[in-house]
Design a protein around this ligand. Structure first.
Ligand code: NI
Length: 220
């Protein structure tokens, strides 16, 4: 900033001073916002202290959280019912033509590879189609892949809440091959949560069963 000549200071002191303070305020606001953004970015990318070289998310609230759903027997269950064991959480629906079955096959194969250790993890399959996937139907569906997988349904509100918590995209779309029917377009990740219910890692539905089993074993 250049120094003002004495004449300018005397003649127009009030107006320029107000302008300057507005600029200062604006600058302070921008600096403050930038600092806030930097802090947020830093919090999202704190290096994993375990030294694996991977970057892990630290915000507990980012993926996962409390839920209330209905199991195959019609019982209302919450995340607290599964506390104390890691969870492998996968979302989909029974009418899904190929992606969900492929993902469930991978989960089933990973559970088989884990052998006895599979009892120490809870694999959940949560529907994104609560209108068609009744708890009972969903239970039968997941049992056809592996007896260890827990199918969870609920009211549309229950499902909306849990998909939001896990950052799952799910949207109804007309089925081109079956007039009057619909599909549900949805993201298809498996979320590995530790025994405290905190997000550890996610995998695509196409993950290798051996790799998935290995990653699950790490948190047991
Ligand atoms: Ni699917």
């Amino acid at each position: 900033m250049t120094k003002k000549k004495p004449s300018e200071t005397k003649t127009g002191a009030a107006a320029p001073a107000a302008g300057a303070s507005r600029k200062t305020l604006l600058l302070a606001l921008i600096v403050g916002l930038a600092a806030g953004v930097m802090t947020a970015v830093f919090l999202l990318a704190v290096p994993n202290p375990s030294g694996t070289g991977q970057v892990s998310t630290t915000g507990k609230a980012l993926i996962g959280g409390p839920f209330t759903l209905t199991d195959a027997t019609g019982k209302r269950v919450t995340d607290k019912d599964f506390a104390g064991k890691p969870m492998l959480v996968y979302f989909g629906f029974t009418n899904c033509p190929d992606v969900c079955p492929a993902g469930l096959q991978v989960i089933a194969a990973a559970l088989d590879r884990l052998g006895d250790k599979a009892k120490s993890v809870t694999p959940l399959f949560i529907t994104v189609d609560p209108e068609r996937d009744t708890p009972e139907l969903l239970g039968k569906y997941v049992a056809s892949f592996h007896s260890g997988i827990v199918g969870l349904s609920g009211s549309p509100e229950d499902i909306a809440a849990v998909t939001k918590a896990y950052r799952v995209y799910a949207k109804k779309a007309p089925d081109a091959e079956r007039p009057g029917e619909y599909n549900v377009d949805h993201s298809s990740f498996m979320y590995l949560m530790n025994a405290n219910g905190e997000f550890v890692k996610h995998f695509p539905h196409s993950v290798d069963a051996g790799q998935l089993a290995e990653e699950v074993a790490k948190v047991l």
